[in-house]
Design a binder for this molecule. Structure first.
Ligand code: NI
Length: 137
């Protein structure tokens, strides 16, 4: 079993807030992450897959194919978007780094599986200092 990671980047706006709370309570709980006029991050996404080495090819999966798949299913839908308003698969979720990582896992697991490898980890960096990792449970 060998693990392979592809890095991709996207820039997006978001806001942490609950519609069922007042602006005051949102600001109290989420602070400046709840700024009503949104704010942005330069997200860095690491997608790790695992599988058996294909001896005749010397690799686990074709990185060009994996990169294209991540772009088509994730990056094209998130890059330069407002994650709260414009992304179908983020509807009805808190737009936290954790929830974005979980949603990315759910979007990517089936197509990654179709390449003959398994999704192992979604690592999503929101800033240099903050990142989450999700392993599917
Ligand atoms: Ni933020």
């Amino acid at each position: 079993m060998i693990y392979l990671t592809r890095r991709e980047r996207f820039n997006a706006a978001h806001r942490l807030y609950r519609e069922d709370w007042s602006e005051e309570k949102n600001m109290e709980v989420f602070g400046k992450c709840s700024n009503p006029n949104w704010h942005g991050h330069n997200y860095v996404l690491f997608v790790t897959v695992k599988g058996e080495l294909k001896p005749e090819l010397g690799y686990v999966v074709d990185l060009k194919v994996l990169s294209r798949l991540i772009r088509e299913h994730i990056i094209d839908k998130l890059d330069h978007k407002n994650l709260n308003l414009e992304v179908e698969f983020m509807k009805d979720r808190m737009v936290s780094t954790e929830q974005i990582a979980i949603a990315i896992w759910q979007e990517l697991e089936p197509p990654v599986g179709s390449l003959g490898v398994e999704l192992h980890c979604i690592r999503l960096e929101e800033t240099e200092n903050n990142f989450v990792e999700y392993f599917g449970k």
